[in-house]
Design a protein. Structure first.
Length: 287
């Protein structure tokens, strides 16, 4: 899919516009913050002895490249994301580092994967943005080999992740026009409801569904807090269209709200997530 040919797709517009700019600008902050998730998925892939892995919502490619390094000559890892700017960064990194990872710029919900191509499908916080999650996971199931494993990390609810809403709560007095989140629309907390997530996977044909809470300590350098606030999340998106004076005032005011999370030279918080596990049907079940 050429995302440029789908101007009416809200997620495509977002992830080829302001969200992509924010993630590319703050890429190293995000990668430091989410390194524990990356390490966990590399471990999961290694323990499963997978040989052909798909990384859904791969962004700028950090997890894809980490899995590719771990697999070495024993396998391959392909990343897919609908963000052209982020895939361009991922491909440049792979070329620079001489890594054999490959990348597809497309929407995993509709991309025409070769059937039964992957023995493992993973995602680090990348599956909550589908417009039609049942269609998306059904499409991924078609791309999976019989018995292939699905392992995705997704956020639990906002109430369990106060760090993730600190910036927007602190910015409300200064940014009254800041858009509110849509609880069950495509977005960070779309998979907060465990039963809803189970229902999505069941409806899309996955089996052996197991969704368990995981709590992971994440951190990044305190010196990067202003960049985190200024580029990421709802506040970062909003500030991309603000004048420099507003931008500076909001970043300064909002940054003070993160004081409870500062631990010496680092900003640290516990990420409350799900480890979503499932399995593609066996050959017999497909018949």
């Amino acid at each position: 899919m050429n995302v440029a040919q789908q101007p009416d797709d809200e997620q495509a517009r977002l992830w080829n516009g302001p969200a992509a700019r924010g993630w590319v600008e703050a890429r190293d902050v995000l990668e430091e913050m989410f390194k524990p998730f990356e390490d966990l998925l590399v471990q999961v892939v290694s323990e499963a002895a997978a040989s052909c892995v798909l990384d859904v919502g791969c962004g700028t490619g950090s997890t894809t490249l980490a899995v590719a390094r771990a697999l070495g000559t024993k396998g391959s890892c392909t990343g897919i994301d609908l963000s052209e700017p982020m895939i361009a960064v991922a491909r440049a990194r792979a070329a620079r580092d001489g890594q054999p990872a490959s990348f597809i710029c497309a929407d995993a919900q509709t991309h025409a994967f070769a059937p039964a191509s992957f023995d493992m499908i993973i995602s680090r916080l990348g599956v909550m943005f589908f417009a039609d999650p049942v269609q998306a996971f059904a499409n991924l199931r078609q791309a999976a080999r019989p018995d292939a494993r699905l392992r995705c990390i997704a956020w639990r609810g906002a109430a369990e992740n106060p760090f993730m809403t600190t910036a927007e709560q602190a910015a409300k007095p200064l940014l009254p026009d800041l858009p509110a989140r849509r609880p069950e629309g495509p977005g960070q907390f779309a998979f907060a409801d465990q039963r809803r997530t189970e229902t999505i996977l069941e409806a899309s044909g996955w089996t052996a569904i197991d969704i368990r809470p995981i709590d992971i300590v994440c951190s990044f350098q305190k010196t990067e807090l202003a960049r985190y606030v200024g580029w990421l999340g709802p506040v970062g998106l909003f500030l991309q269209g603000a004048d420099e004076g507003t931008r500076a005032r909001v970043i300064e005011a909002v940054s003070t709200a993160f004081e409870p999370y500062i631990r010496g030279p680092a900003v640290s918080f516990t990420a409350a997530c799900w480890m979503v596990a499932a399995q593609a049907p066996t050959e017999a079940m497909r018949e």
